[in-house]
Design a protein around this ligand. Sequence first.
Ligand code: AMP
Length: 382
Amino acid sequence: MSFLPPSSIGILGGGQLGRMFALEARRSGYRVVIFTDEPAGCPAGQVADVEINAGYDDAEALQQFLEEVDVVTAEFENIPDSCLQAVEAVKPLRPSRHAIYTTQHREREKLFLRDRGIACAEFRIIENVAGLEAAVAALGRPCVIKTAAFGYDGKGQAKVGEDTDLSEAWKAFEGHHAVVEQWVPFIAEMSVVGARAVDGSTAVHGCVENIHEHHILDVSISPARVPPAIETQAFALWQAVADGLGYIGTMAVEMFVTANGRVLVNEIAPRPHNSGHYTIDACRTSQFGQQLRAVCGLPLGDASQHTPAVMVNLLGDVWRAELTHPDWSPVLSHPDAKLHLYGKQVAKWRRKMGHFTVLGETVEQALSEARRLQATLPPREG
Ligand code: AMP
């Protein structure tokens, strides 16, 4: 089924990804309704036609939301399954409940990858310290313990080193399922962001090289500085995940590149992704434009990149104080820099407040300009 304006699109979630998607949808004449458990005035709510603020288990509020919308999508994956089921029973949910349910939980995601023969780090699923001991014996040290549910940006993870005491390490995970992963000595982290339409056609934007700081994305470099053989593997992995999930919408797959030229899937994000923000300024159709087309059952656009680009994340750390902006003039006065702010008032430490993208004739040029501008925004004293 396809939807044209002035159809109403419902978005589950109220963060910056929902905001940038809502802006794209409204620019194209759609009506946007946000359902979020955040307080009123959240980043997506600020730019929506309607904002409903209620718990994801609030059946009455959900009913009201479903009456308002023609089609529904999600801007983050940690939505209770009961809510996804209630939505999908009444309205098209794109991506589907199955795709979100599979990828919102590391254990299900890993089992999906294993079932499909999609390359990822070797892993074991465990639920107690005996399981941890067996997993570490099998996978070797170092390795990483990750909570199965609701982890993001490195939260809910612990590295097991040569001297780590396993009973001590397990304490943080007690009572939960966890995934233990073999340590991947990667030479680069990368992601592929792309979209799959209702008819199964796909379009990827390209490979992006990602550099993290404190487990949070810091800089995305696009196109990634990797050989064609790596790109080919990465696109094949993205395609296998998208087809395997019967995916509809924009999806990101985060990957590791190893020294011996292998590419492994790290994580799947069933939504537009931070590492795809450069597409707004550097691609013919952005990740949000593709999400809109896919969710509405329309043909995908040309995803190709027209200009090399580097995106720099702006965390609350670079605000002078929680309510005081830094001096944006170097970024604002740069002819090739595009500043995007998310409408969040309080610049908490490590909170994603915005990003800027720097375009360049070459990726190296964009990177050096991006780093130069980033240096004008030092973090405040912790
Ligand atoms: P994740 O939340 O799984 O994306 O992990 C956050 C970050 O931790 C990744 O971007 C990597 O830098 C690092 N990391 C996670 N898993 C592994 C692994 N198996 N081997 C090496 N580094 C990892």
